[in-house]
Structure formats: C-alpha cells, structure tokens
Design a protein around this ligand. Sequence first.
Ligand SMILES: NC(=O)C1=CN([C@@H]2O[C@H](COP(=O)(O)OP(=O)(O)OC[C@H]3O[C@@H](n4cnc5c(N)ncnc54)[C@H](OP(=O)(O)O)[C@@H]3O)[C@@H](O)[C@H]2O)C=CC1
Ligand SMILES: O=C(O)CCC(=O)C(=O)O
Length: 417
Amino acid sequence: MTEKEQGPLDVVFEQIEEASRTMKLKDSVQTLLSHPKRKVEVSFPVEMDDGHTQLFKGYRTQHNDLLGPFKGGIRFHPSMTVEESQALGTWMTFKSALVQIPHGGAKGGVACDPSMLSDRELREVSRGYMEAFSDLFGAGRDVPAPDVYTDPKTMGIMMDTYSRIAGRHEAGVITGKPPLVGGSKARGAATAQGAVYVIEQMLEKMKQAPEHTRVAVQGFGNGGQIAARLLYDKGFKVVGVSDSKTALYDKEGLDIPKAQEAKENSGLKEYGAAFMLDSSEDVLYVDTDILIPAAMEGVITKNNASRIKAKHIMELANGPTTPEADHMLKEKDQHVYPDILVNAGGVIVSYLESVQNHMNYYWEEDEINERMKTFILEAYENTEETAASYQTTYRNGAMIFALQKLEQALEYRGYIS
Ligand SMILES: NC(=O)C1=CN([C@@H]2O[C@H](COP(=O)(O)OP(=O)(O)OC[C@H]3O[C@@H](n4cnc5c(N)ncnc54)[C@H](OP(=O)(O)O)[C@@H]3O)[C@@H](O)[C@H]2O)C=CC1
Ligand SMILES: O=C(O)CCC(=O)C(=O)O
C-alpha cells in the first residue's frame, strides 16, 4: 500500500501498534484497546427547500468508555465515513486518557457539504442526526461536541432536539453550546488556546521569544483562525495562513485581523493577490519555525514530508501526519507535537462544560482557562517524560502514557489481572 492510500484508520492502528511494541504491551491488551465498542451508521430523511426529500448518512463510533462516558465531536463534511469516525473516535480515547479527564472516546458526523445547505436545511440535518442517535447520546453515556463544519449553533439545536425527546432540559447531552444556553464561556477558543499554552511552554523551555518565532497555520476555522489570532496578539510573526481555497504568505508577518476581515467578507484572497501562494497546500512548505496543521487528516505524508521546513509541527488537526512522515521528520530532527496533546484544550474545556452543566453553575472564562491550562501542561510534561524514558518521539510518548492509563483501567474494572 502506498502512503497516499493510507487512510486515518491505518494511521491510528499503526500509531497504537508502534506504542504497544515500544512499551511491550500484551497483544491481548492491544487488541482490547484498538477496537471500538460500537459503530453505528444511520440514514435519515430531510425535506429540502425545493420540496424534495434527501437521505443523509450519519455515523457515530463509540470507541472506548473505560475512563468515563464516550466523548468526541460531530463533523459535517462530504468525505465523512464510518471508518473516519472510527479513526477519530480512537484518537479521542487516547486524548482523554493522556490529559486525564474522566471520559472515553467517540466521534461521529454526517456526510454532507454544509456550504451547499440553507440555514433551514442545516438545522433539519442537525435535528435529524440527533434524533437518529438519541438512544446512544446522553450525559453519562456519550456526550458529543463540535468538530469540522459544526459550531455552537449546531450544538444548541442538537441540545434542543434531545431535550424535546427527553421532555426535560438536558444541557449536559452535548458540549460546545452557546454560553446563553448552557455552554462554557471558554469553549469557542479552547482548542486554539490549549495549543497556545503548549507552544508557550515549548518556547519557555527553549528560551525563545515569541517575537523571534515564525508560525504558519493550515486551516482558518475554529482551531486555525483563533490560534493565528491568539499568537499574533502575543507578538508571534504569523507568516502563513490558509483555508481550503487560498494560502497567504508574508515573510514579514501577516496582519491577522486583516486576514480575518477578508475571510469574513469575500475570502482570504481579498487580503491581496501579492500575498497569495500558488495553491492552498503550499502553506505547509513555507519557511517557518512552527507549522500548525489545523484542517484535515493525512496532509503530511511520505510524499511531501521532505518539503516541510518547520522545526516544530504542532498538530492542531487530528491525524494530519502519517507514520512514515513522522519517521522522515524525526530523521531531519523536526519535532512533531501530537494531536492528542496539542488540540486537547477543546475536549478539556468540554469536560469542564459538562461539570458546569451538572452543577448548573457557570465559571468565568479566565477561571476555565486556568483549569484547562493545568490539565494540558501536565499532559505536556507526561508526554515529554514518557518520550524521554523510552527514548522515543513525543507522539509515541503520548500514546504510551495513554495506553498505560487505559491498561490500568482495564485491570481496575476487572477485564485483566
Ligand atoms: N473544533 C474543535 O473543538 C476541535 C477541532 N479539532 C480538529 O481541528 C481540525 C480543524 O477543525 P475546526 O477548526 O474545528 O474546523 P472548522 O470547520 O472550524 O475549520 C476547518 C478549516 O479547515 C479548512 N480546510 C478544510 N479542508 C481543507 C484542506 N483540504 N486544506 C486546507 N484547509 C482546509 C477550512 O477551509 P474553509 O474555511 O475554506 O472551509 C476551514 O478553514 C480538525 O482536524 C478537527 O478534528 C480538534 C480538537 C477540537
Ligand atoms: O470537545 C469535545 O468533546 C471533543 C472535541 C473533538 O472532537 C476533538 O478533540 O477532536
């Protein structure tokens, strides 16, 4: 199989395999921790604006709930499949275990292109998905959240749908809701904010100032756009950004508020033709200290890893780097900070949102961020220490730490002795 054909499920299986081999995990335990508890595929009808009824396919993989209720986002994307939900759900299990929150892993989504749907159609797709999975979801069972092309509004509609079915207010069924209807004040920026804490910690260890640090970001949505802005506000030189259509580059540093305004209006191209790279993908290859892939899986492979110049790759997206690319980058002394650490701010604040929903009492943004920072920086230290003790990569260190926790949970819950 060539690297190009390696899908996210092959990637996550290979990552588990490598970590298990390094820590000499028993085959039987590896098998228990690799396979999902449940994979569900549904079809549900939606009446479209032109009067015809369209069938949509929805997915949810509940990978593992040893440490607590299943947890993980819902993605609306044309390429969504049950295999992708399994891969993403598996990463969620490892992420929750690494950052030590009491949750398991899951992920789901709908195969659709939200940019082609009206607001009403999108609302009906959101309601249809929640209705189809209402038996699986619930606080204490499986608590979804936003992912690619879903947002707080989607979460609010899904919470409302579930509450209607339950016949009572059920804020805790989903996280990432608008704060007015039970959301956390910090969840919107949490994924990016968590990555910023990790980046700042790394720079502190290297004694490097933000002003002398260049960053390029692939993806200009919830994760990428907010990360670019937070880093710009802290004085980093954000030399490159991209979305699915356009990449911008300025070696002197882009004006990120201006790029955000362009994105809000007609698109990143409005920033100026002089700053546009030939293709959106080219943002990966610019001269930068830190590269932040913040879009989709499988963007750094054996076919292009040799073109990456960044010394540090901070995976804000899930699964952007394939195992072969990981090894090529390591050979060139380029460090990959893994997704399950770097983008964990989102799920940590989601967990804190669940806690607030249970208490029905809501903290201020700074308080939530301080709590999240403690979780993510502890995970950073555990990743580094585990990697050092096994003389391996940060990815492998993070995976090993998570496997150790999950193996312990198997024992404590009576599955192994
Ligand atoms: N939202 C969250 O809380 C969390 C998200 N993540 C992960 O972060 C990543 C991004 O998610 P999020 O920011 O929420 O998603 P969004 O939907 O908010 O944004 C996605 C961004 O990626 C861009 N994009 C899509 N496809 C490509 C492509 N092929 N090349 C370049 N850019 C592309 C989109 O472009 P355009 O604007 O043109 O559509 C958009 O700017 C995903 O891997 C997700 O799983 C991880 C943890 C939590
Ligand atoms: O906030 C959550 O519960 C999960 C977010 C997510 O899908 C992810 O971390 O990939």
